[in-house]
Design a protein around this ligand. Structure first.
Ligand SMILES: NC(=O)C1=CN([C@@H]2O[C@H](COP(=O)(O)OP(=O)(O)OC[C@H]3O[C@@H](n4cnc5c(N)ncnc54)[C@H](OP(=O)(O)O)[C@@H]3O)[C@@H](O)[C@H]2O)C=CC1
Ligand SMILES: CC[C@](O)(C(C)=O)C(=O)O
Ligand SMILES: [Mg+2]
Ligand SMILES: [Mg+2]
Length: 337
């Protein structure tokens, strides 16, 4: 199945420049979209509740900040970049009353539409521009003249022009510099959740922590284990990013490559693949979404406990000490780039 990939020449920045855009939320994605759209010549307003800790950050950047309802009322395009679990409440209280016919409702991830938590009226555009990368790097890449690839999708095309508008928005945040793939809300949501759970975040973090534990429990120095299992992973993944697994294997020693092809499949074996299939099934059936919404509504007790355990893992203390010695690595997260 071939996909459509759009680049700078396929998108007209003028479409989004002609609209007023409300970015609801100013966190990882919100600050990146808002600042890059503004730098692309778009009229942007931020929607945040009174008392939000993000307000001073947006105001320091010279952005106009209103409440979500006021921002939605002013805007032609409303991009929701608040936490997924908060979006249905923000929509009901602040956006729906201000979502008149002809406006566009945009998302950075399809969770609330895919699982039926938000049901917009038929006379508005509903589209998604979902960067395939963390917001702080979306902004950093834009500033550096590069871009993070994005997915776009159109759920409702009230105007008949929703795809062109989404592509224009994607160009405004640098996405079309790297490539923008047209997909559906369903495909984006299910693949994004799978990727972050099984591979990018859940899988990778568990792999790193487990490797670190095996080495340190066997008596090796935590510092050596940290460099081996975490720090060097970035350098190995950099080669994969540049030229695939083939380029990584070209650069490593043949001893490493032999160990890679004979031992890797013993670590990530049939049982792991079967578990990945189960995780995908929970995403497809809506089980994960129901669990996450219920956990959030209960005040996130299990999530908070697991977050604390992760933060207390010995690899964090070792890493903090070592990164402190490498000024180029210990780079603060900033919303001001
Ligand atoms: N993080 C990422 O890189 C990616 C995220 N996404 C998607 O982007 C969306 C935003 O995620 P992310 O950037 O991580 O979110 P963050 O948690 O980083 O930021 C959320 C922002 O929303 C604000 N907020 C919280 N409650 C409300 C409210 N009731 N009304 C308005 N604003 C509110 C927060 O303000 P305060 O400071 O006051 O809490 C904060 O500014 C999600 O749909 C996510 O799935 C997609 C791709 C990657
Ligand atoms: C990989 C995590 C992510 O999906 C992302 C940065 O793309 C997220 O939801 O934060
Ligand atoms: Mg993602
Ligand atoms: Mg995600």
């Amino acid at each position: 199945m071939s996909v459509e990939v759009y680049y700078d020449d396929d998108a007209d920045l003028g479409l989004i420049q002609a609209k007023k855009v409300a970015v609801i939320g100013y966190g990882s994605q919100g600050h990146a979209h808002a600042l890059s759209l503004r730098d692309s010549g778009v009229d942007v307003v931020i929607g945040l509740p009174e008392g939000s800790k993000s307000r001073p950050k947006a105001e320091e950047q010279g952005l106009r900040v209103l409440t979500p309802a006021e921002a939605a009322a002013e805007a032609d395009v409303i991009m929701i970049l608040a936490p997924d679990t908060a979006q249905r409440h923000i929509y009901a209280e602040s956006i729906a009353p201000n979502l008149s016919a002809g406006k566009a409702l945009f998302f950075g991830h399809g969770f609330n539409i895919r699982y039926g938590l938000i049901k917009p009226p038929a006379d508005v555009d509903v589209a998604m521009v979902a960067p395939k990368g963390p917001g702080h790097l979306v902004r950093r890449q834009y500033v550096d003249g590069k871009g993070v690839p994005c997915l776009v999708a159109v759920e409702q095309d009230g105007s008949g022009n929703a795809l062109a508008l989404a592509l224009s928005y994607a160009k405004g945040i640098g996405g079309t510099r790297a490539g923008v793939i047209k997909t559906s809300f369903k495909e984006e949501t299910e693949t994004d959740l799978f990727g972050e759970q099984a591979v990018l975040c859940g899988g990778a973090a568990a792999l790193v922590q487990t490797g670190f534990e095996v080495l340190t429990e066997a008596g090796y120095a935590p510092e050596v284990a940290y460099f081996e299992c975490l720090h060097e992973l970035k350098l190995i993944v950099d080669l994969m990013y540049e030229g695939g697994i083939a380029k990584m294997r070209y650069s490593i020693s043949d001893t490493a490559e032999y160990g890679d092809v004979t031992r890797g499949p013993r670590v990530i074996d049939g049982r792991v693949k079967e578990e990945m299939r189960k995780i995908l099934g929970e995403i497809q059936s809506g089980e994960f979404a129901r669990e996450w919404v219920a956990e959030d509504e209960a005040g996130r007790p299990n999530f908070r406990k697991l977050q604390s355990e992760g933060a207390a893992h010995p690899i964090e203390e070792t890493g903090a000490k070592l990164r402190g010695m490498m000024s180029w690595v210990d780079r603060p997260i900033t919303e001001t780039a």
